[in-house]
Each structure stands twice: as C-alpha cells, then as structure tokens.
Design a protein around this ligand. Structure first.
Ligand code: GLN
Length: 495
C-alpha cells in the first residue's frame, strides 16, 4: 500500500474495512506529514490528542463491525468552523483566545460519521480573500511551484489552508466554505476537487458568518468520489439553521456511474472574458470535447447578466458582512483593546475593532456600512438585490430549456505569486471570483475539477454548475470529466 497519508478517503475506507490498516496508523501518518510541513503553514491549530483518541475509538468501532461511513478517516477542518474546546478564530485577531462551547453542525456530523479531526486549517480572515494573505496567521503556501522557479505561490483563498493540506497529503480531505468561490478557486489552484453545494444543503450553524445568504460549507478532496463520500456526511436538515433544507440526502457515491450520455451541457458565451489566458480558453475547449466524447450534448447558452455578478457580489457580501461582524465589539468574547484613562464604551469599540480586524475586513465593513446607509440603500443594496434576482433567473431559464449542467473555467488564471497582487488595488484580487460568484448569488451547486496543467506546470480547474439540489447528478458529470481528463499530477515535495 502507498504511504497512508497519500490515500484517498475511498482507498483508506476500504483498507480499514479489510483490516489492512488502522485509523491510528492513518492518523499517525497524517500527523507526521503535518509536522514535516510547517513551511506550508496550512494547519494553524493542531489537535493530535483529539485525533488519536478519535482514531482509537474508530478502530474499536471498525473492529466491532459498527462503523459509520467515514469511520477512522483523518481530515482537517477550516478555522471558520466552531469546534468545541478547540480554538476557532476565523483567522482573525479579534477572536483571539476564543474556544467555542459548542460544535458546528457540519463538523459534528463529520465526527458522527466517524471522521477524525487533525486540527484547524488556515484561511483568509473571516473568509474574505482569494489568496490566504489576509490571515492573522500569515498565508498558507501552495505546495505547487512554477517549473524550476522557487517563488512561493498562493494556495488560493479563502480556504487556502484546506487546499494546501489536501494537495500536500497532510490529511485525506478537508472542509471548506464558499461565499463567492472559496472552495472552488483554491481547489483549482492546487489540483484537487471542491464542491459548493446548493445553498441550504449544509447547515451554517456554528460556522462563523461572513455573508449569510451566500455562505455554504463543502468538501475539498483528492477526487470526485471522495467529494461524494464527504458531502453526504456534511449535508442534511438542521433545525438550528432556518435556511437549511428539509430534504433527504441521497447516497451521492452510488450515483457515480460516469454515464452522462444524453445530458445537455451548456457553454455560456459570457464566460469568455477579454484578456483570459489562452491556456484557460484551450482547457475549456478540451473539457467541452471530453464531455461531448462521453456522450453529452453540447449547447451554446447565454447568461446575459453575468457581467453584473462581480459588482453585485461586492455590494451584497460586504453589506451582510458589516452586519454579521457588528457582534465583534470586545464585550463578550475575543480580543478587547487596552483602554486609556477616561476611555468610554465608544473608544472601547473603536480601539478593539481597529486592532482586531485586518485591513481587508475593515474595508468590507466600511463598504457594507456605506451601501446600507440610509442615503445609499436604494442606489446600491436594493439595486444589487434586484440584479441578483436577474442573475438567478438567467440560470433558471437555461435549466428550464433542458440544460443539465454548465461548464466554465474555474478561475481566470493559475495560482499567482504571494505578494503579487497589490493591496492598494483590491479590485485586482476581486477579479479572481469572476467565474464563481454567480453560483453563490444564484444559490446553485458548483464543483471544480482539476483538468490540466499550464505551461509552467501549475494545475488548472474546470467548473461545472448544476441544477439546485442535484449535487448527485453534478458529481456524476464531474466524475465523467475527471475520468476523461485523467489528472494525476502531484506537486514535487520541497517542504
Ligand atoms: N474571494 C471572495 C471574497 O473575498 C470569496 C470568498 C469566499 O468565498 N469566502 O469575498
């Protein structure tokens, strides 16, 4: 058997059930890999004691024949998920010292399915960012490098730690969250699979809120089969989240037949952007041909409001964030600024928030407060909500016309260098989300699948967007694409 930490969830699960290995052995292999990968800065809180205790319990359950579906499989959890008794800081100074008294529904469901938590993963502060550079822990690093160039690259964001950890085999899989692309963009940048499910599939309870009408949790995994396995454990109805859908959760893995004959795949003309690298365009074309060769019907489609998606997102997401982040005021938990003689409550709020939040978070709070202010509410926030409805309707129209899934590039470029995007020009960074935000605005499921390498040897991903609640069908199309693309490259180990 190959090194245990390099196994997929499915391989490890099957090996455990055949008695070829133990959860303790898998967990120790991952813990050793994590220890050796400090240079990637992927794990920001390690929980080896919890991991080994859960691994032992998993081995006992496997032994007694009462093993749930993810029994004994070691995974990482994004720092945005509240985990009981374990630091959960959303990579922000303002949550310094915060150890929740409760467990998020998604991480609890994973634990109930037998998964073993290795620790918490790096991310952009409050999930705001596309490069992991806004983290209070410093950025995670992409295990991939360009050709012979040693320059450190971003693993993407916000789920950059999750992406780096899975790609570098520090864990078998990880949780991510996606508000505008934070699962799919980092997955594409490191050559792994990531799915953002339909809004409402996974409970948001216990996940630190960024933009509540857009946030969704999802799995980041080594392949599509693993995404199906882990998604099933993560989703389901939760009475503690009023937006969680009361729908049965299918056996997603059983739906992976690879048969997509007769499926209609839409190719949206508005996703052909000016200045898009030729390699991305070529990969998109190849992906289209692969799906056609697998028996799908390819149809040119139009999603006319696409060009408004990015500005709409960057009004709605900051608006919701400014409201959600109002709770961090130094009163109940987390960081509180040292006050000077004579400071009152206003100074306490101001100093605490100025010290506790990083620049990007402050920018979002200010933009959000502005677009919600009495004088500008109609001009910005209400306008954005109306455009959002039109964006959603574009998708509804193509699905009503018989399209089963939509194929697009996942990102407008391969992973870029850390420090390459100037902080002075945030819009440059926001452009990373151009292919992904539409999906969050419309509440749809979207999956990113590694499909090739660019000429510098960096992974590139394709995105498939599906009908609401049809993640099983979407994963099956992704599976067919994965099989045709045959992406097996791994980063060379330098860390
Ligand atoms: N990059 C986007 C942003 O900064 C998306 C982040 C996310 O999906 N959490 O808002």
């Amino acid at each position: 058997m190959s090194e245990l930490n390099t196994l997929t969830l499915a391989q490890a699960r099957d090996a455990l059930r055949k008695g070829e290995t133990t959860s303790v052995a898998l967990t120790e292999a991952c813990l050793a890999a994590i220890e050796g990968a400090g240079a990637l800065n992927a794990f920001v809180h390690k929980t080896p004691e919890i991991a080994l205790e859960r691994a032992k319990a998993a081995d006992a359950r496997l032994h007694s024949g009462d093993a749930p579906k993810m029994c004994g499989l070691p995974i990482g959890i994004k720092d945005l998920f509240c985990t009981k008794g374990v630091p959960s800081q959303a990579a922000s100074h303002i949550l310094e010292g915060f150890k929740p008294e409760y467990e998020s529904t998604v991480s609890q469901q994973l634990a109930d399915a037998g998964a073993v938590m290795l620790g918490k993963l790096n991310m952009d502060e409050f999930a705001m960012g596309s490069s992991n550079e806004t983290s209070c822990y410093g950025n995670a690093v992409n295990p991939w490098r360009r050709g012979n160039d040693d320059a450190a690259l971003t693993p993407g964001g916000s789920s950059g730690g999750s992406a780096a950890a899975v790609a570098a085999d520090l864990c078998l899989a990880a949780t991510g969250t996606d508000t505008g692309g934070s699962i799919r963009q980092p997955a594409a940048f490191v050559g792994i699979t990531g799915i953002k499910p339909t809004y409402g599939r996974c409970s948001r309870w216990g996940i630190v809120a960024f933009a509540s009408s857009l946030d969704q949790a999802g799995p980041m995994t080594k392949d599509v089969r693993d995404a199906a396995i882990m998604l099933e454990a993560m989703c389901g109805h939760d009475p503690k989240d009023s937006t969680s859908a009361d729908l049965a959760v299918p056996d997603f893995e059983a739906m992976l037949t690879g048969d997509i004959r007769g499926k209609v795949i839409g190719i949206p003309r508005e996703y052909r952007m000016d200045g898009m690298p030729e390699e991305i365009e070529a990969l998109w074309q190849q992906g289209t041909e692969m799906l056609r060769a697998a028996g799908a019907e390819i149809r040119d489609i139009s999603l006319p409001h696409t060009k408004y998606a990015l500005p709409t997102y960057y009004v709605i997401a900051p608006a919701e964030a400014s409201s959600n982040l109002a709770r961090y005021d130094g009163v109940r938990y987390g960081h509180r600024a040292k006050l000077a003689q004579g400071d009152g409550i206003t100074e306490m709020y101001e100093k605490t928030r100025a010290e506790g939040f990083g620049h990007e978070v402050q920018r979002r709070v200010m933009v959000g407060t502005y677009v919600l202010s009495a004088g500008f509410y109609d001009a910005y926030y209400n306008r954005a909500r109306k455009v959002r409805t039109l964006i959603k309707k574009d998708f509804e129209d193509v699905f009503a016309a018989g399209v089963d899934a939509i194929l697009t590039p996942a990102t407008p470029s391969a992973a870029f260098g850390l420090g390459e995007m100037a902080e002075a020009d945030p819009v440059q960074m926001y452009l990373n989300d151009v292919f992904t935000v539409t999906v969050n605005l419309a509440g749809l499921p979207g999956v990113s699948v590694p499909a090739g390498l660019d000429k510098q040897g960096l992974p590139l991903g394709l995105q498939l967007i599906g009908r609401p609640w049809e993640e099983g069908d979407l994963l099956n199309t992704a599976y067919a694409l994965e099989q045709a693309a045959g992406f097996v490259a791994k980063p060379g180990k330098w860390w």
